[in-house]
Design a protein. Structure first.
Lengths: 317, 322
């Protein structure tokens, strides 16, 4: 008798795991930008969530205003074009942000760029509200991938949408590619060298300004991709999406150990899972899922302040 | 620090001996020969390759360097000695573009030295630091590869797509890094994080990283500080081998015995001024040097103490470089 009741429960559980992984891999993509920028210039770029938001609007604008309808409704054209457009718009905003908001403050006390980041965040949101047609309300966003879902026949059935699978796979591939880039290439080594000792990096012929721009550009592009994928998965976007998911992503980066690529991915997935499972099983349901995310964050920080993959302290022999 | 370095073939060396003892052998000759071929920095010119004339460095009211002249020839090893705060490191910083001299100029192979550290490296001047400044969370190999940065060409697109040009440039750099690590005797530590290396080996790794930039001039700031007698001897052999690569070397060192047995020429810097210049024998016998190092006779010491502000201030000026 019990076994019969167990199966629907299992299917609910597995569905929430799937939801959590989708949300988590999205958060991971955003968290990569947070963690990279922090790793290089020890700045928490609170405007990074807005880059994600602008990327989504960039993708939507391309689909709505630039592409002919025939192309915008054919997924194998629309998907790559929207992803690239979203990435480019987000990258442009991120690079401009670095150039005009943060670079002039490179040698200022650390609080100055932090406050600036909050200012940039508000400015971008409001600019979007004012200038993007119809952005005062949530806007519909088309699903850019094949409609449909895989149904795993357990209990009531575990439904996993194709677009969700695409999102998880793309996020993981991008994160893996980024790690390879940082570990194995000349520019990646230049990034790590700059983060560890900027003056000596300069002495090795590395231009820290270029490395910093590159960092913002990569982080921005990943956030832009995340923005388009988010729109495509949830089918609507609004100007608050950056703030909300930005906070999650920041938490993910801290959870994984800020400055660490793998940590950002693991932190992101973990937050996605906590949000989905807490919304299902904890008292208060989805209304309180935020609370549980921060409970986990606090718990982790109490026992491991440097995060999962963070280095406890830089030891200089 | 607590990790036991493991050699490539999987053998775990005796931990106690491994962590404290640095390399004590001279670089193998065949590696030296191969490297000299790769770097081909020697041109056989008889003109001085690095000339500093009238270099003066003023920090506010303090003159850290006053009219310092130096000319370095190819294949020459010059020693720079002097008491603490004499301006030795400040002089190095002027030579490598970290400081712009208040007056005077530095000329490398007939061209004025660029005032940007990155361009200085590109022009062929490399250095190490008094307080070791490796990239602590990168492996020994990666540290050397970063040194290779200026000599590598990879477009961002090629790096992303792992194109043929990217692969070739990575393979060449990896091969060079391997040779350089063999040259300084750190092959067994190639995959170890820099911060886990024994102290003396960190100094050797810094030298390997500097050599990776294909310098024609290498500036070494206290390369044997904190080393025991065997390690110091190994460093001497290493510097001779670097000279044999065709690289000209300027060494700052407090250990006068080391300097006198290593260098072709020795410069003594005292309170920012060049006091004596000459062969080791000439410098060793000079009474002014003895005085600068061992102090003046007692009555003069007390007189100096009253004007001691200058020496203390000098120390501060040097501190800025760190």
């Amino acid at each position: 008798m019990h076994a019969v009741e167990e199966t629907p429960r299992l299917s609910t559980f597995l569905s929430q795991i799937a939801n959590g992984l989708v949300l988590g891999s999205l958060i991971a993509l955003i968290a990569l930008g947070y963690t990279m920028v922090y790793g290089i210039i020890t700045l928490i770029n609170f405007a990074h969530g807005e880059i994600f938001m602008v990327g989504a609007y960039g993708g939507l604008a391309t689909l709505t205003y630039i592409l002919p309808t025939a192309i915008a409704t054919t997924w194998y054209f629309a998907l790559p074009i929207a992803l690239v457009a979203g990435a480019l718009v987000a990258m442009l905003i991120a690079v401009a942000m670095e150039r005009f908001a943060y670079r002039p403050l490179r040698n200022a006390p650390r609080l100055a760029p932090l406050i600036t980041a909050l200012g940039v965040s508000v400015a971008l949101q409001e600019a979007m509200r004012v200038f993007y047609p119809g952005a005062t309300a949530a806007l519909p966003f088309p699903n850019l991938f094949v409609e449909g879902a895989v149904v795993i026949p357990i209990g009531d059935g575990v439904v996993i949408r194709y677009v969700g699978i695409l999102l998880v796979v793309m996020s993981l591939v991008l994160a893996f590619g980024l790690e390879r880039f940082i570990e194995r290439t000349r520019l990646g080594r230049a990034m790590r060298a700059t983060s560890q000792d900027r003056d000596v990096a300069r002495l090795m012929g590395i231009d820290p300004d270029r490395v910093i721009v590159l960092t913002f550009a990569i982080g921005g592009a990943l956030a832009g991709v995340a923005g388009v994928l988010y729109g495509s998965y949830l089918n609507n976007i609004n100007i608050d999406m950056g703030f909300q998911n930005g906070i999650f992503a920041f938490t993910a980066a801290v959870l994984g150990g800020i400055g660490n690529i793998r940590g950002a991915v693991v932190g992101g997935l973990m937050i996605g899972l906590v949000k989905a499972l807490a919304g299902q099983y904890m008292p208060g349901g989805t209304a309180y899922d935020y609370v549980w995310i921060f409970v986990v964050l606090i718990a982790v920080l109490v026992f491991r302040p440097q995060g999962f993959f963070g280095e406890s302290e830089r030891v200089r022999a | 620090m607590s990790e036991n370095p493991q050699t490539a073939d999987g053998a775990v060396p005796d931990p106690g001996a491994e962590v404290t003892e640095s390399v004590t052998e001279a670089p193998p000759e065949e590696v030296t020969a191969e490297l000299a071929d790769d770097m081909h920095v020697a041109t056989g010119t008889r003109e001085p390759i690095l000339v500093s004339s009238g270099v003066t460095m003023q920090f506010g009211g303090l003159r850290a360097l006053n009219d310092v002249n130096l000319s370095l020839h190819e294949g020459e090893i010059i020693g720079l000695i002097g008491p603490n705060g004499a301006g030795k490191t400040t002089f190095f910083n002027c030579l490598t573009g970290l400081y712009t001299p208040t007056s005077g100029q530095v000329v490398l192979r007939g061209k004025p030295m660029p005032q940007d550290p990155a361009r200085v490296t590109e022009a062929g001047v490399a250095r190490t630091f008094q307080n070791i400044r490796l990239f602590p969370s990168m492996t020994a190999t990666e540290n050397v590869l970063v040194g290779r940065h200026v000599r590598m060409k990879q477009g961002p697109l090629s790096s992303l797509l792992h194109g043929p040009r990217f692969r070739r440039s990575e393979a060449e750099a990896a091969e060079r890094a391997e040779k350089l690590l063999a040259f300084v005797g750190l092959t067994r530590f190639s995959e170890e994080l820099a911060r886990n290396l024994p102290y003396g080996d960190q100094r050797r790794l810094e030298i390997a990283r500097a050599l990776a930039t294909d310098p024609s001039v290498l500036l070494l700031d206290e390369p044997t500080a904190g080393m025991n007698a065997q390690e110091t001897e190994a460093t001497r052999q290493l510097i001779f081998a670097i000279r044999d690569l065709g690289v000209s070397v300027v060494v700052i060192e407090h250990d006068t015995k080391f300097i006198f047995t290593l260098c072709d020429r020795v410069l003594v810097l005292v309170q920012g001024e060049l006091l004596v210049e000459g062969s080791p024998d000439e410098v060793r016998g000079d009474p002014r040097v003895v005085e600068a190092y061992l102090g003046a006779p007692p009555e003069e010491v007390s007189a100096q103490l009253q004007t001691g502000g200058a020496t203390v201030g000098n120390g501060t000026a040097e501190g800025k470089s760190e």
